[in-house]
Design a protein around this ligand. Structure first.
Ligand code: AHG
Ligand code: MN
Ligand code: MN
Length: 334
Protein backbone atom coordinates (compact mmCIF):
# COMPACT_ATOMS: atom_id res chain seq x y z
CA UNK A 1 0.00 0.00 0.00
CA UNK A 2 1.28 3.48 -0.87
CA UNK A 3 1.48 5.75 2.17
CA UNK A 4 2.09 8.98 0.26
CA UNK A 5 5.06 11.30 0.58
CA UNK A 6 6.53 11.35 4.06
CA UNK A 7 8.01 14.52 5.50
CA UNK A 8 11.50 12.97 5.49
CA UNK A 9 11.20 12.08 1.81
CA UNK A 10 9.81 15.54 1.01
CA UNK A 11 12.66 17.36 2.75
CA UNK A 12 15.39 15.17 1.25
CA UNK A 13 13.96 15.74 -2.25
CA UNK A 14 13.55 19.48 -1.53
CA UNK A 15 17.17 19.79 -0.35
CA UNK A 16 18.51 17.97 -3.44
CA UNK A 17 17.81 21.12 -5.46
CA UNK A 18 19.97 23.26 -3.17
CA UNK A 19 23.59 23.46 -4.26
CA UNK A 20 25.99 22.62 -1.46
CA UNK A 21 23.31 21.23 0.89
CA UNK A 22 25.14 18.87 3.23
CA UNK A 23 22.20 17.07 4.80
CA UNK A 24 22.67 19.01 8.03
CA UNK A 25 19.42 20.90 7.65
CA UNK A 26 17.49 17.70 6.85
CA UNK A 27 18.91 16.08 9.96
CA UNK A 28 18.04 19.11 12.12
CA UNK A 29 14.48 19.06 10.85
CA UNK A 30 14.28 15.36 11.66
CA UNK A 31 15.22 16.10 15.27
CA UNK A 32 12.59 18.84 15.45
CA UNK A 33 10.02 16.39 14.08
CA UNK A 34 10.98 13.84 16.74
CA UNK A 35 10.35 16.50 19.39
CA UNK A 36 6.99 17.35 17.84
CA UNK A 37 5.89 13.71 17.83
CA UNK A 38 6.90 13.43 21.48
CA UNK A 39 5.00 16.62 22.37
CA UNK A 40 1.99 15.39 20.41
CA UNK A 41 1.95 12.24 22.56
CA UNK A 42 2.24 14.18 25.83
CA UNK A 43 -0.51 16.63 24.85
CA UNK A 44 -2.71 13.79 23.62
CA UNK A 45 -2.35 11.67 26.76
CA UNK A 46 -2.93 14.70 28.98
CA UNK A 47 -4.34 13.90 32.38
CA UNK A 48 -3.54 10.19 31.93
CA UNK A 49 0.14 10.99 32.43
CA UNK A 50 -0.33 13.85 34.90
CA UNK A 51 0.80 16.72 32.68
CA UNK A 52 -2.18 19.05 33.10
CA UNK A 53 -2.24 22.12 35.32
CA UNK A 54 0.06 24.98 36.25
CA UNK A 55 3.35 25.26 38.14
CA UNK A 56 4.07 28.00 40.64
CA UNK A 57 6.82 29.43 38.40
CA UNK A 58 6.70 32.35 35.96
CA UNK A 59 8.55 32.77 32.66
CA UNK A 60 10.39 35.96 31.71
CA UNK A 61 7.12 37.42 30.40
CA UNK A 62 5.64 37.19 33.89
CA UNK A 63 3.24 34.45 32.77
CA UNK A 64 2.53 31.52 35.06
CA UNK A 65 4.02 28.44 33.47
CA UNK A 66 1.89 25.41 32.77
CA UNK A 67 3.47 22.03 33.48
CA UNK A 68 3.38 21.38 29.75
CA UNK A 69 5.17 24.66 28.95
CA UNK A 70 8.16 23.34 30.85
CA UNK A 71 7.88 19.73 29.68
CA UNK A 72 7.60 20.71 26.01
CA UNK A 73 10.54 23.10 26.33
CA UNK A 74 12.60 20.25 27.78
CA UNK A 75 11.55 17.93 24.94
CA UNK A 76 12.67 20.49 22.33
CA UNK A 77 16.04 20.90 24.04
CA UNK A 78 16.72 17.20 24.47
CA UNK A 79 15.83 16.36 20.86
CA UNK A 80 17.91 19.14 19.38
CA UNK A 81 20.99 19.71 21.52
CA UNK A 82 23.05 16.56 20.85
CA UNK A 83 23.40 16.15 17.08
CA UNK A 84 25.81 18.97 16.25
CA UNK A 85 23.52 21.01 13.99
CA UNK A 86 22.98 23.96 16.34
CA UNK A 87 25.09 26.79 17.73
CA UNK A 88 22.37 27.71 20.24
CA UNK A 89 18.66 27.77 20.99
CA UNK A 90 16.21 30.33 22.34
CA UNK A 91 12.67 29.83 23.60
CA UNK A 92 9.72 31.61 25.13
CA UNK A 93 10.29 29.58 28.28
CA UNK A 94 13.99 30.46 28.79
CA UNK A 95 15.18 33.92 29.83
CA UNK A 96 18.49 33.70 27.98
CA UNK A 97 20.02 31.86 25.07
CA UNK A 98 20.39 28.13 25.69
CA UNK A 99 24.03 27.15 25.18
CA UNK A 100 24.70 23.71 23.75
CA UNK A 101 26.32 21.59 26.51
CA UNK A 102 30.09 21.15 26.21
CA UNK A 103 29.92 17.42 25.46
CA UNK A 104 28.14 18.04 22.13
CA UNK A 105 29.52 19.48 18.89
CA UNK A 106 28.34 22.90 17.67
CA UNK A 107 26.72 23.44 14.30
CA UNK A 108 25.72 26.12 11.85
CA UNK A 109 22.07 26.80 12.75
CA UNK A 110 20.11 28.62 15.45
CA UNK A 111 16.74 27.31 16.62
CA UNK A 112 14.12 29.62 18.15
CA UNK A 113 10.81 28.27 19.41
CA UNK A 114 7.58 28.62 21.33
CA UNK A 115 7.33 25.06 22.64
CA UNK A 116 3.63 25.30 23.52
CA UNK A 117 1.58 28.05 21.95
CA UNK A 118 -1.89 28.72 23.32
CA UNK A 119 -1.04 26.99 26.57
CA UNK A 120 -4.00 28.63 28.35
CA UNK A 121 -6.04 26.17 26.27
CA UNK A 122 -4.27 23.02 27.32
CA UNK A 123 -6.34 22.24 30.43
CA UNK A 124 -9.61 22.68 28.52
CA UNK A 125 -8.64 20.32 25.69
CA UNK A 126 -8.56 22.95 22.95
CA UNK A 127 -5.90 22.99 20.23
CA UNK A 128 -2.37 24.09 21.08
CA UNK A 129 0.79 24.10 19.01
CA UNK A 130 4.55 24.47 18.71
CA UNK A 131 6.14 27.24 16.62
CA UNK A 132 9.75 27.21 15.41
CA UNK A 133 12.15 29.25 13.32
CA UNK A 134 15.58 28.30 11.99
CA UNK A 135 18.26 30.92 11.39
CA UNK A 136 21.83 30.57 10.26
CA UNK A 137 24.46 31.15 12.97
CA UNK A 138 26.77 34.05 12.01
CA UNK A 139 29.77 31.83 12.78
CA UNK A 140 29.38 28.09 12.26
CA UNK A 141 30.67 25.88 15.05
CA UNK A 142 30.91 28.67 17.61
CA UNK A 143 28.61 29.09 20.63
CA UNK A 144 25.97 31.69 19.71
CA UNK A 145 25.49 34.89 21.70
CA UNK A 146 22.18 36.69 22.17
CA UNK A 147 23.17 39.21 19.49
CA UNK A 148 23.63 36.37 17.00
CA UNK A 149 19.92 35.62 17.27
CA UNK A 150 18.77 39.19 16.62
CA UNK A 151 18.23 38.77 12.88
CA UNK A 152 15.19 40.03 10.99
CA UNK A 153 12.61 37.45 9.92
CA UNK A 154 13.71 37.78 6.28
CA UNK A 155 16.81 35.79 7.31
CA UNK A 156 14.85 32.72 8.40
CA UNK A 157 15.74 29.66 6.39
CA UNK A 158 12.82 27.65 7.68
CA UNK A 159 9.73 28.25 9.78
CA UNK A 160 7.04 25.87 10.89
CA UNK A 161 4.37 25.03 13.36
CA UNK A 162 2.82 21.88 14.72
CA UNK A 163 -0.87 21.97 15.52
CA UNK A 164 -2.07 19.47 18.10
CA UNK A 165 -5.70 19.51 17.02
CA UNK A 166 -8.19 16.83 16.13
CA UNK A 167 -5.23 15.51 14.16
CA UNK A 168 -1.58 16.53 14.59
CA UNK A 169 -0.25 18.53 11.68
CA UNK A 170 3.06 20.06 10.74
CA UNK A 171 3.07 23.07 8.43
CA UNK A 172 6.37 24.18 7.01
CA UNK A 173 8.14 26.61 4.72
CA UNK A 174 11.74 26.78 3.56
CA UNK A 175 10.97 29.81 1.39
CA UNK A 176 9.50 27.82 -1.45
CA UNK A 177 5.78 27.75 -0.63
CA UNK A 178 3.99 26.16 2.31
CA UNK A 179 3.28 22.48 2.77
CA UNK A 180 1.18 20.70 5.39
CA UNK A 181 1.72 17.20 6.73
CA UNK A 182 -0.56 15.09 8.91
CA UNK A 183 0.80 12.67 11.51
CA UNK A 184 -0.16 9.09 10.74
CA UNK A 185 0.17 7.52 14.17
CA UNK A 186 0.04 3.98 12.76
CA UNK A 187 3.34 4.43 10.94
CA UNK A 188 4.75 7.26 13.10
CA UNK A 189 5.32 9.54 10.10
CA UNK A 190 4.11 12.90 8.93
CA UNK A 191 2.57 12.46 5.48
CA UNK A 192 2.09 15.25 2.93
CA UNK A 193 -1.65 15.99 2.93
CA UNK A 194 -1.77 19.73 2.17
CA UNK A 195 0.70 20.53 -0.63
CA UNK A 196 1.11 24.16 -1.73
CA UNK A 197 -1.13 25.79 0.88
CA UNK A 198 -2.48 29.18 -0.26
CA UNK A 199 -4.46 31.73 1.75
CA UNK A 200 -7.54 32.89 -0.16
CA UNK A 201 -7.14 36.62 -0.90
CA UNK A 202 -10.66 37.49 0.25
CA UNK A 203 -12.41 36.65 3.48
CA UNK A 204 -15.40 37.46 5.65
CA UNK A 205 -13.91 36.16 8.87
CA UNK A 206 -11.89 38.15 11.41
CA UNK A 207 -10.20 37.18 14.67
CA UNK A 208 -9.39 39.59 17.48
CA UNK A 209 -9.67 39.59 21.27
CA UNK A 210 -12.45 42.18 21.61
CA UNK A 211 -12.01 42.49 25.36
CA UNK A 212 -9.10 44.81 24.53
CA UNK A 213 -11.23 47.08 22.35
CA UNK A 214 -10.94 50.19 24.52
CA UNK A 215 -7.13 50.05 24.15
CA UNK A 216 -7.01 49.73 20.34
CA UNK A 217 -5.77 52.49 18.05
CA UNK A 218 -8.14 54.29 15.65
CA UNK A 219 -7.39 52.24 12.48
CA UNK A 220 -8.28 48.94 14.16
CA UNK A 221 -11.33 50.51 15.86
CA UNK A 222 -12.52 51.63 12.46
CA UNK A 223 -11.86 48.30 10.74
CA UNK A 224 -13.61 46.18 13.39
CA UNK A 225 -16.59 48.51 13.71
CA UNK A 226 -17.05 48.33 9.92
CA UNK A 227 -16.92 44.51 10.06
CA UNK A 228 -19.49 44.53 12.85
CA UNK A 229 -21.76 46.87 10.90
CA UNK A 230 -21.87 44.14 8.26
CA UNK A 231 -24.23 44.51 5.34
CA UNK A 232 -25.65 47.73 6.79
CA UNK A 233 -22.19 49.40 6.96
CA UNK A 234 -19.58 50.62 4.47
CA UNK A 235 -18.30 47.09 3.76
CA UNK A 236 -21.75 46.07 2.52
CA UNK A 237 -21.46 42.46 3.71
CA UNK A 238 -21.69 40.47 6.92
CA UNK A 239 -18.57 39.17 8.70
CA UNK A 240 -18.06 36.22 11.01
CA UNK A 241 -15.75 36.25 14.05
CA UNK A 242 -13.51 33.63 15.69
CA UNK A 243 -11.09 33.73 18.65
CA UNK A 244 -9.39 30.50 19.73
CA UNK A 245 -6.62 32.15 21.79
CA UNK A 246 -4.08 29.79 20.22
CA UNK A 247 -2.26 31.65 17.47
CA UNK A 248 -1.32 28.35 15.82
CA UNK A 249 -4.98 27.40 15.51
CA UNK A 250 -5.94 30.83 14.15
CA UNK A 251 -3.14 30.83 11.56
CA UNK A 252 -4.02 27.29 10.54
CA UNK A 253 -7.66 28.26 10.02
CA UNK A 254 -6.53 31.22 7.91
CA UNK A 255 -4.21 29.01 5.82
CA UNK A 256 -7.09 26.62 5.26
CA UNK A 257 -10.03 28.90 4.50
CA UNK A 258 -8.78 32.49 4.72
CA UNK A 259 -9.33 35.13 7.36
CA UNK A 260 -7.62 37.98 9.16
CA UNK A 261 -5.99 37.72 12.60
CA UNK A 262 -5.12 40.75 14.69
CA UNK A 263 -3.33 41.19 17.98
CA UNK A 264 -2.78 44.89 17.32
CA UNK A 265 -0.82 47.59 19.04
CA UNK A 266 -2.75 48.81 22.05
CA UNK A 267 -2.35 51.23 24.91
CA UNK A 268 -2.97 48.72 27.72
CA UNK A 269 0.64 48.62 28.86
CA UNK A 270 3.03 51.10 27.19
CA UNK A 271 5.92 48.68 27.84
CA UNK A 272 4.24 46.09 25.60
CA UNK A 273 3.50 47.36 22.09
CA UNK A 274 1.57 44.15 21.38
CA UNK A 275 0.95 40.74 22.90
CA UNK A 276 2.82 38.38 20.62
CA UNK A 277 6.55 37.81 20.61
CA UNK A 278 8.52 38.76 17.49
CA UNK A 279 11.13 36.05 17.30
CA UNK A 280 9.21 32.85 18.03
CA UNK A 281 5.61 33.75 17.22
CA UNK A 282 5.33 36.67 14.78
CA UNK A 283 8.36 36.00 12.55
CA UNK A 284 7.83 32.30 11.84
CA UNK A 285 4.09 32.82 11.30
CA UNK A 286 4.75 35.83 9.04
CA UNK A 287 7.17 33.78 6.91
CA UNK A 288 4.53 31.07 6.50
CA UNK A 289 1.72 33.55 5.80
CA UNK A 290 3.71 35.44 3.16
CA UNK A 291 4.80 32.19 1.52
CA UNK A 292 1.11 31.24 1.30
CA UNK A 293 0.27 34.52 -0.44
CA UNK A 294 -0.95 36.46 2.60
CA UNK A 295 0.34 39.62 4.29
CA UNK A 296 1.76 40.11 7.78
CA UNK A 297 2.33 43.57 9.22
CA UNK A 298 2.35 45.52 12.45
CA UNK A 299 -0.03 47.95 10.75
CA UNK A 300 2.94 50.20 10.08
CA UNK A 301 5.67 47.89 8.79
CA UNK A 302 6.29 44.40 7.41
CA UNK A 303 7.00 42.13 10.38
CA UNK A 304 9.72 40.19 8.57
CA UNK A 305 11.80 43.36 8.17
CA UNK A 306 11.98 44.24 11.87
CA UNK A 307 15.42 43.76 13.39
CA UNK A 308 14.84 42.39 16.89
CA UNK A 309 16.33 44.24 19.85
CA UNK A 310 15.90 41.37 22.26
CA UNK A 311 14.81 37.75 22.30
CA UNK A 312 11.45 38.33 23.94
CA UNK A 313 10.42 41.54 22.18
CA UNK A 314 6.70 41.93 21.47
CA UNK A 315 5.09 43.25 18.29
CA UNK A 316 1.63 44.09 17.03
CA UNK A 317 0.45 41.50 14.51
CA UNK A 318 -2.07 41.87 11.68
CA UNK A 319 -1.97 38.95 9.24
CA UNK A 320 -3.96 36.88 6.80
CA UNK A 321 -5.92 37.24 3.58
CA UNK A 322 -4.22 39.76 1.31
CA UNK A 323 -7.15 41.96 0.32
CA UNK A 324 -8.50 42.20 3.86
CA UNK A 325 -5.14 43.01 5.48
CA UNK A 326 -4.69 45.69 2.84
CA UNK A 327 -7.92 47.35 4.01
CA UNK A 328 -6.56 47.54 7.58
CA UNK A 329 -3.19 48.82 6.35
CA UNK A 330 -4.88 51.53 4.29
CA UNK A 331 -6.60 52.75 7.48
CA UNK A 332 -3.18 52.99 9.15
CA UNK A 333 -1.88 55.05 6.26
CA UNK A 334 -4.58 57.71 6.26
P1 AHG B 1 1.46 31.39 24.69
O1 AHG B 1 0.49 30.34 25.14
O2 AHG B 1 2.65 30.80 23.97
O3 AHG B 1 1.86 32.37 25.75
O4 AHG B 1 0.77 32.23 23.50
C1 AHG B 1 -0.56 32.65 23.58
C2 AHG B 1 -0.75 33.77 22.61
C3 AHG B 1 -1.33 33.38 21.28
O5 AHG B 1 -1.26 32.04 20.93
C4 AHG B 1 -2.76 33.82 21.34
O6 AHG B 1 -3.15 34.29 20.09
C5 AHG B 1 -2.77 34.90 22.38
O7 AHG B 1 -1.65 34.70 23.18
C6 AHG B 1 -4.03 34.89 23.20
O8 AHG B 1 -4.05 36.02 23.98
P2 AHG B 1 -5.33 36.42 24.88
O9 AHG B 1 -5.31 35.51 26.06
O10 AHG B 1 -5.06 37.85 25.22
O11 AHG B 1 -6.56 36.25 24.02
MN1 MN C 1 2.69 31.48 22.04
MN1 MN D 1 4.07 29.31 24.64
Amino acid sequence: MHTGTTLTQFIIEDQRHIAGASGDFTALLNDIVTAIKTISNAVNKGALIGVMGALDTENIQGETQKKLDVITNEIMIQSNEWAGHLAGMASEEMDDVYSIPKQYPLGKYLLVFDPLDGSSNVDINISVGTIFSILRAPVSGQAASMEDFLQPGTKQICAGYALYGSSTMLVLTTGNGVNGFTLDRDIGEFVLTHPGMKIPADTREFAINSSNQRFWEAPVQRYVSECLAGSTGPRGRDFNMRWVASMVAEVHRILTRGGIFMYPRDTKDPAKPGRLRLMYEACPMSFIVEQAGGISSTGYERILEITPENLHQRVPVILGSKNEVEVVLSYHNT
